[in-house]
Design a protein around this ligand. Structure first.
Ligand SMILES: [Zn+2]
Ligand SMILES: [Zn+2]
Length: 295
């Protein structure tokens, strides 16, 4: 896995913490720091023996501190550094806390510069490919994003997704309507938030959601990741009836996962989505024109 100079810097802070813990009787020599926007917001070392608590691993101690500090159980866009590979309990705690090592505005700008370079190189090849600048924007349950709108406007295309309050039982139509009305986004990503064998996903009046998407000329996504397949065939038929645009994404976390696109293509075919409605099939100039129109 790749790591940067920034990662190394914070890993060193965690190592220093583990070293200091060595001097404290009963403390375990594991250090952990939680970082957001380039700053350490919470830290911890293993306190299990010290507090006679088998769950007081360094990561849990740090996560609890960070959540209390922000008065929020959602620590998205924070990164956790630990001197030991997190155990099963701590890995799950990171998932519950939404710690995913998200991207901030500064990193987004850095990424834009890198993409610009890549595009320049690709333009000179015989089969030019153009890389788009994009981000999966984290939406809160009110449909609002957590990034500066000016930074988002500089991107080519923005996908908005819910990553919190995904186990609500009651109807969530309103949050979807709010998300679609958010001017910063063009695509509503993995709409239901369903993950096979883990989370059932949210319920909503999907025809109302897709009708608004059609009215605003925005797209809903087929997240092709096998555990997600979100939207699925059943809901794609609703989207087809509404006539909204469809975007196919693999949610790849690694190049080997790009092949998941086949699952989305199959679902689109099965549901009879017309090719003209699929963003991935649009030529670049048409795609850019569409985005400019709805911005
Ligand atoms: Zn642990
Ligand atoms: Zn997501």
């Amino acid at each position: 896995m790749d790591y940067s100079a920034i990662d190394e810097k914070f890993m060193r802070v965690a190592i220093e913490l583990a070293r200091r813990a060595l001097a404290i009787p009963g403390a375990g020599e594991v250090g952990c720091v939680i970082v957001k926007n380039g700053e350490v917001v919470a830290d911890g070392f293993n306190e299990s023996e010290l507090t006679i608590d088998p769950t007081a691993h360094a990561e849990i101690v740090a996560i609890r501190k960070a959540a209390r500090k922000w008065n929020d159980i959602n620590l998205c866009r924070a990164t956790l550094y630990c001197t030991l590979q997190p155990c099963g309990m701590c890995s799950m705690a990171c998932i519950w806390a939404n710690i995913g090592g998200g991207i901030d505005e500064a990193q987004l700008l850095q990424q834009a510069l890198e993409i610009e370079n890549v595009n320049r190189m690709l333009a000179d090849t015989s089969r030019p490919v153009h890389v788009l600048r994009s981000v999966e924007l984290n939406l809160d349950p009110r449909g609002q994003g957590d990034m500066d709108e000016k930074s988002l406007a500089r991107l080519d295309i923005v996908l908005g997704c819910f990553h919190s309050a995904l186990r609500k039982k009651e109807d969530q139509t309103q949050r979807y309507l709010a998300a679609l009305r958010n001017p910063a986004i063009q695509i509503l990503g993995h709409p239901r938030g369903r993950i096979y064998n883990f989370r059932k996903g949210l319920t909503a009046d999907w025809s109302q959601v897709c009708n608004l998407a059609a009215e605003l000329d925005k797209a809903v996504e087929i997240d092709c990741y096998p555990d997600r397949q979100d939207l699925n065939v059943e809901l794609l038929k609703v989207a087809k009836a509404a006539g909204c645009r469809i975007s196919l994404g693999t949610d790849s976390h690694d190049p080997s996962q790009l092949g998941f696109i086949d699952l989305g293509l199959a679902a689109a075919l099965w549901s009879g989505i017309q090719p003209e409605r699929i963003l991935n099939f649009m030529p670049l100039n048409q795609l850019s024109k569409w985005i400019a129109n709805i911005r």
